[in-house]
Design a protein around this ligand. Structure first.
Ligand code: CA
Length: 670
């Protein structure tokens, strides 16, 4: 670690002692290490303002900062600068697991200490960081000589975009949380939207607005206030207060990732870099990336029930059959949903459901299944559906985690179906933020890795807590089982939007894409080639093989799912257009092999990419799985053409994708 102090851009100031009464000395400029991204900070009429530029392009025009506290004391004006410090930081750190092994955290920082001139003379510190892949800032409200609790009623931060652009958005504060289809619209027409919010600006930049290291604060949504101006809209408590704290607070980082093409957003690690280093040193002893099967899809397509019935999915008998199949195909993890007491046919409705997290359903013997699994090298993944009744869950969580620890279960998937937590608080408010962090830290105490469903959005926690392995936090595969489904372009949008926040438990790998055993008319809107591509396109350290065992039985394409890793040394986006297509290459962390995934929206596509990412001194066997000739989502969608050829880094690869199709390649180093 090396942290040295020096003045970064002494445009107006050559000294760190600030003359705060002098007009032109109330302005600072902070540039990223390569000088491309710049933040300008200025006190204008005693109010803090910031602006952002990339090269010669103004990205954010002067915008507001600060908060409104209860009692109408406005923490956004009447300030003077008490001090300012600049520093630079450059460190390369290693991810315990991830989409890239070594990550460089290189930025210049400006910390400005403000104090109000009259009244309670409240202090506010604003920290700015300029990275080569974007900028970030956060607020620190230090302990001060004012004896009161702090109620933040509003955040005044705005993002006054210099120009309009195409925003890829989902709505905020709705019944289904973040499980919505992304749409595109001009920034100037947006209502309240969730982050990450990705914008293709008129001048051709790719921007993503999000936050990092969200702790004991409300999550930020964005609302269009006027023109192309977006404003932070913190998700409130049930009583309307946005954030309640005692003496001090530190907001999450407000992040703006800036790329010259949308693919650069995916290989930006700015959000992770703004989280604290790993606090858990022992996760390697209980969590390594893996692939898993599950008694799961059967419930979604109506073959099984979650609840006790003659069609119950989670029976000891089914579990043993699934364990046999999992072992036979060479996998080691199995998720079983609905194993416990408390499930009813109306389990997903908004009610205070009373699940038990320790008692087996009648036809399911957890200890026996765990033992059977151990004999066959298959570890169970624990499952807790809270139904968002956290009062019930928190009463049992210690006992439930202790049970898993005793049984040697090291991952727990935790669901939070319901529009509000405890039918009262929004998932994304400060209450939810604190709840999800509390459970994550508690799970670590029991050597448990966590997969959240219906959770708060990811803000990079996995860097600090590498037991935070994956989450849903978007419309996943399940919607293809029982809703109108995810249209093909969904998969070409989420890599540039939702997936910027972190790993997703999308649950790919449906081979019976027409879902012949499911509800009439419901299906996956794509080909098996597209499903294969998802294992490379979507990054997650755990990936499900979501389909029923009988749909994998004897399928040659299953070999790709056996081979594809879930832990990577490096990631490259070879090409991509939001809503149209994406081609991703990743290098395995534990071998010399590379993998490629490519998929397209409803339009067929001829992919041609350079293989220059391969080692130039090596030869590879390309094992190619792609839509068979004439295949698309409505014509023979399960047909995958499998072929092999020898390739080098100087070659180009051509793949022909059908509509809603895709392909996947393993480059095995020879
Ligand atoms: Ca869900």
């Amino acid at each position: 670690m090396n942290m040295k102090k020096h003045l970064i851009l002494p445009a107006l100031l050559l000294s760190v002692s600030i003359g705060y009464s002098q007009k032109n000395k109330n302005a600072y400029e902070l540039a990223s290490p390569n000088g491309q991204n710049k933040i300008k900070f200025e006190l204008v009429k005693n109010a803090p303002k910031y602006a952002v530029s990339h090269g010669k392009t103004e990205v954010i025009s002067p915008s507001e900062m600060g908060f409104v506290l209860k009692g109408n004391e406005d923490l956004s004006s009447n300030f003077e600068i008490k001090g300012a410090k600049t520093s630079t930081f450059d460190e390369t750190w290693e991810q315990v697991w991830g989409e890239k092994k070594n990550i460089r955290n290189h930025y210049n920082q400006l910390v400005v200490d403000l104090q109000q001139k009259t009244g309670n003379k409240r202090k506010l510190q604003i920290q700015f960081r300029a990275f080569d892949d974007g900028v970030a800032f956060r607020y620190v409200y230090p302990k001060q000589n004012v004896k009161d609790s702090i109620f933040i009623m509003d955040e005044k931060t705005t993002f006054n975009l210099k120009e309009d652009g195409k925003a890829w958005w989902i709505p905020a504060n709705r019944e289904n949380r973040d499980e919505y289809l992304f749409k595109d619209a001009p920034v100037s027409t947006l209502d309240t939207v969730l982050t990450p919010l990705t914008i293709e600006s008129k001048s051709g930049l790719a921007l993503s607005f999000h936050e990092a290291n969200l702790v004991d604060f409300a999550s930020m949504t964005l609302v269009n206030t006027k023109g192309t101006e977006l404003k932070s809209d913190l998700v409130p408590w049930a009583d309307g207060v946005k954030v309640r704290v005692k003496d001090s607070f530190t907001s999450s980082w407000r992040t703006i990732q800036i790329g010259e093409n949308p693919g650069e957003l995916i290989t930006s690690y700015l959000v992770l870099n703004l989280n604290e280093p790993n606090k858990l040193k022992n996760t390697n002893s209980y969590f390594r990336p893996y692939k898993y099967l599950g008694i799961w899809w059967g419930m979604h397509i109506g073959k099984y029930t979650f609840w006790e019935s003659d069609k119950q999915g989670a029976t000891t008998k089914h579990a043993e059959e699934y364990i046999d199949f999992t072992e036979k195909e060479g996998f080691n993890h199995l998720l079983i949903e609905g194993w416990n007491k408390g499930w009813t046919p109306a389990w997903y409705e908004n009610k205070m459901h009373m699940f038990s997290f320790t008692k087996n359903a009648d036809n399911f013997d957890l200890e026996k299944v765990v033992e059977y699994g151990k004999k066959h090298n298959v570890e169970l993944i624990g499952y807790h559906e809270t139904g968002s009744n956290l009062i019930n869950y928190l009463k049992q969580v210690d006992e439930a985690f202790a049970l898993y620890k005793k049984l040697g279960i090291h991952t727990v998937k935790i669901g939070h179906v319901g529009s509000k937590l405890n039918m009262k608080q929004m998932h994304f408010g400060q209450f939810g933020v604190n709840y999800f962090r509390y459970i994550l830290e508690k799970a670590a105490q029991y050597d448990l890795a966590v997969v959240y469903h219906e959770s708060i959005k990811d803000t990079g926690e996995r860097r600090t807590f590498p037991n935070m392995v994956s989450r849903e936090a978007a419309r996943g595969q399940e919607y293809n089982a029982w809703s109108e489904g995810n249209p093909p372009n969904h998969l070409t949008i989420i890599p540039f939007t939702r997936l910027l926040s972190g790993p997703m438990d999308f649950t790919p790998g449906i081979f019976d894409v027409e879902v012949k055993q499911g509800y009439p008319g419901k299906r996956v809107q794509g080909t098996v080639g597209q499903q294969l591509a998802l294992y490379v396109t979507i990054y997650a350290p755990i990936q499900m093989l979501a389909d029923l065992p009988e749909n994998y039985e004897g399928k040659p394409a299953l070999q790709f799912l056996k081979d594809v890793p879930t832990d990577w040394e490096d990631t490259k986006i070879l090409e991509g257009k939001i809503g149209e297509y994406i081609t991703t290459a990743r290098k395995d962390r534990n071998s010399a092999d590379w993998y490629l995934g490519t998929l397209t929206n409803e339009k067929p596509r001829n992919v041609e990419v350079s293989l220059s990412f391969l080692d130039p001194n090596a030869t590879y066997e390309a094992q190619i799985y792609v839509d068979a000739e004439g295949t698309d989502q409505t014509h023979n969608p399960e047909a995958v053409a499998i072929s092999k050829k020898t390739v080098k880094a100087s070659d180009k690869l051509q793949l022909k994708l059908g509509g809603a199709g895709g392909g996947a390649v393993r480059f095995k180093k020879l």
